[in-house]
Design a protein. Sequence first.
Length: 121
Amino acid sequence: MAYQVLSNVLPSGEVLDMLGQDCQVHVWTPDHARLAPILPSIEGIWLYGHLRVDGPFMDMLPTLRVISNTGVGVDHIDLQAARERGIPVCVFDLDWMDSRVRPVESVRETIEQFFSVVMEH
């Protein structure tokens, strides 16, 4: 079965092709009612940006195993709440100059690191 991942951005077609059948990405919306049917199955959060991930939201995701943030900073993620729930938080601070030159490789590295943490937990 594919990993169920919640992301605030829809990955490009190229990234989705790399993920293949290993991952199903659901796009995050502020409308939790629309997301309600899938929230219990979400295993990972993959953020690009600064959407708030707090304890009450984590509690809506009983199978959450990892939170991954691509970018700078984690002030939008409640690290204490994640720690209390045994959920690792990964931060991938991409070198933006390099990512403009090699975007696929940077994304691939992020995805591989994300899944390696998921597999460990």
